[in-house]
Structures are given as C-alpha cells and as structure tokens.
Design a protein around this ligand. Structure first.
Ligand SMILES: [Zn+2]
Length: 154
C-alpha cells in the first residue's frame, strides 16, 4: 500500500519555501514566535479544519525599504520592522472567511499581551498595498505574557 501523504498544518509560500523553512527552524527566530505559530496552526486546524500558510518571517533592511518605498510617511521617517528582528511572521488569509479571521484574531489577542497591551499580538492588515494578511508578532520583552482572565485565580 502506498504511504499516505502527511498533512502539514504549517505550510510555506511556494516561491520562498526553502528560505522560510530555514528561517522557521533557525535558532535566531524568537522561540515565543515559533510557539505562537504552533498554537495558531493547531487552533486553525481544530476550529476551521484548515492549515496555515506562512508567507514571510525574516525581512532584510533592503526588503523593508522596497516594501515601503512609495509610502510618503516612510520616506520622511523610515522605520524598522519587527520582521527584521526575527519576531514576526505573516500568514496568508485567502483560505479563511472573514468570520474565521475575526475568530482567530480575537482568540489570540484575548490571551497573549504584546508590549503591555499597547499593540495586538495578531493583526489583520495591509501594508503599502501588499495585500491583506495576518501579522503575528512578539515584543522585545523576552517573555510571553498571558492576559488576565476573569476565570483566573486572583
Ligand atoms: Zn508582518
């Protein structure tokens, strides 16, 4: 009998597959980010029966400049991306309904705090007309902070 093809819950953009695989398994990638990617992929599989697809992890300074080259605000005052520090991953959302995206974003952001609550951990956004996508990030605190929940002991 032919072996069955294993179903991968974490997929990588075909055009950059080897690079993304290398980045995902690199010791340089923030371990909290890897943990959250595993959590998100398990949640998406259990809740929506869909795998996730990673489109970007590490971004070089040149790639950052290329993305924002036509952004007037960036031209005036360039900024660095959390992707340049191995602390962010982008996920393609084409396979997900808007309800599923809202569900996922709410689930994660209700649990994990980013930068003392000043920014979300998971964003659904578009940057410089590069297409709507999910952006998963961890802050520079080196800890993963769970939000207080009313069911938690005081
Ligand atoms: Zn991103």
């Amino acid at each position: 009998m032919a072996p069955t093809t294993p179903c991968s819950l974490i997929n990588f953009k075909t055009e950059n597959k080897q690079r993304l695989l290398d980045e995902f398994h690199s010791d340089l990638m923030d371990r909290r980010l890897r943990l959250l990617i595993y959590a998100v992929s398990a949640y998406c599989w259990e809740t929506f029966h869909k795998p996730i697809l990673i489109t970007e992890i590490l971004r070089s300074p040149d790639e950052q400049r290329e993305i924002y080259k036509n952004d007037p605000a960036y031209q005036q005052q360039p900024w660095l991306s959390v992707h340049e520090y191995w602390r962010a991953a982008d996920l393609r959302t084409l396979a997900f309904t808007s309800g599923e995206i809202i569900n996922l974003v709410g689930w994660l952001n209700d649990m994990i705090e980013y930068d003392k609550g000043n920014h979300p951990t998971l964003l659904y956004h578009e940057v410089s007309e590069h297409g709507l996508h999910l952006h998963l990030q961890v802050d520079q605190s080196n800890v993963l902070t769970m939000k207080y929940h009313s069911a938690d002991p005081v």
